[in-house]
Design a protein around this ligand. Structure first.
Ligand SMILES: [Zn+2]
Length: 239
């Protein structure tokens, strides 16, 4: 149930019986020569659209932007401050709560640690103000991590690498281009340092090996993601 394409009448009818909403969150950031800047949004949003075919939930219009640290200086990355992200998400939650929603599932396609900490913080601080509100916050990488290892993906495969490129090949193949120009690469940030010229240590935005990506692997990962999400959501709603 996509909120963005509903009428106000449809919304008010549905909210009588459905109290749970998913809020998808992405990022706009460099993803190598082969994936679009909004990859993190496209993957999670497509998965959410599949999920609502199976479980009756509201799906809120997504937040395209996120906080991007490592790719901050790369062409095309548009990062917002964590405080802005937290304030935006908090305002959206408050407005949805006022309309009758109570269970908030916040799913991020971007797996940056700082970005996700602000999402968790938005939920934590809202717990105090919206007394009937309940929250689940997860990101695509954490949801998949165990399966990735079990399915034989390299432990160090991450951003714009094998698994993320596979997801895009399956979910939005028309947006994958120049795969022949993609290459295996990894960031080389000096440990513990917060460096200014981040592109000196990671110029490609690739973390892993996109050459090994296939649409079949993408389908497998989508199946696993849907299973994992259904399990976590069921646990969340029955808690
Ligand atoms: Zn990504």
């Amino acid at each position: 149930m996509l909120i963005e394409s509903m009428t106000t009448e449809e919304f008010s009818k549905l909210v009588q019986r459905i109290k749970t909403v998913i809020i998808p969150i992405g990022s706009i950031e460099a993803h190598g020569p082969h994936l679009p800047l909004a990859t993190d949004l496209y993957t999670i949003y497509e998965i959410c659209k599949r999920l609502i075919q199976e479980i009756p939930l509201f799906l809120a219009p997504p937040i395209y932007y996120g906080l991007c640290r490592s790719t901050r200086n790369l062409p095309g990355t548009i990062s917002i401050r964590g405080e802005t992200l937290k304030a935006l998400l908090t305002d959206i939650i408050h407005s949805l709560y006022q309309k009758g929603l109570r269970n908030f599932i916040i799913l991020s396609g971007h797996a940056g640690g700082t970005h996700n900490a602000f999402l968790i913080d938005a939920a934590e601080s809202t717990l105090e103000t919206l007394v009937e509100g309940r929250f689940l916050v997860a990101d695509i990488y954490t949801l998949l991590k165990k399966d990735l290892l079990a399915l034989g993906f390299e432990e160090d495969d991450s951003h714009a690498g094998e698994w993320e490129t596979s997801l895009m090949l399956y979910l939005r193949s028309e947006l994958v281009q120049n795969l022949d120009q993609a290459f295996e690469d990894y960031p080389r940030f000096p440990k513990y340092q917060i460096v200014r010229e981040k592109d000196k240590f990671w110029a490609s935005g690739i973390w892993g090996n996109p050459k090994k990506a296939t649409s079949e692997k993408g389908k497998l990962l989508v199946d696993h993601l849907l299973l994992n999400l259904k399990r976590h959501i069921e646990e969340f709603l029955n808690y």
